[in-house]
Design a protein around this ligand. Structure first.
Ligand SMILES: [Zn+2]
Ligand SMILES: [Zn+2]
Length: 119
């Protein structure tokens, strides 16, 4: 393949935006990629920035779910254990604590399942 702009020169790269062949004179660095010099540099940089942000976002969301899993799990176990251990003293009120604990454990499971989507 030859350069799109100089048909007599061999292409050494592809523009990430338009996928055209580029010779060393036409290839410009834009972020981690190459782009048509003075033509698609801005577009490629924007694409790179968008992709970078997507990666960071999914990482952040994934670890958020994992953190929620641990938080809900720990609090849920505490509430459930407290409710069960206090049942003889508190009666129905202890059942409410246990129910809250189980709901939190359920939230932990839901968050865990959600966090696995991001791996
Ligand atoms: Zn281009
Ligand atoms: Zn060229």
């Amino acid at each position: 393949m030859n350069c799109y702009y100089h048909p007599d020169k061999p292409a050494i790269a592809l523009c990430k935006y338009c996928q055209r062949g580029l010779c060393p004179d036409c290839a410009a660095h834009a972020g981690d990629s190459l782009a048509c010099k003075n033509l698609h540099e801005e577009q490629v940089r924007t694409m790179e920035a968008l992709m970078q942000r997507n990666i960071l976002q999914s990482k952040r969301v994934g670890s958020d779910y994992l953190r929620n899993t641990i938080f809900y799990g720990v609090v849920g176990i505490l509430f459930t254990a407290f409710g069960i251990s206090q049942f003889n003293w508190l009666g129905l009120q202890a059942l409410v604590y246990a129910a809250i604990g189980l709901a939190l454990l359920w939230a932990a499971v839901a968050n865990y399942l959600e966090s696995r989507k991001y791996k």
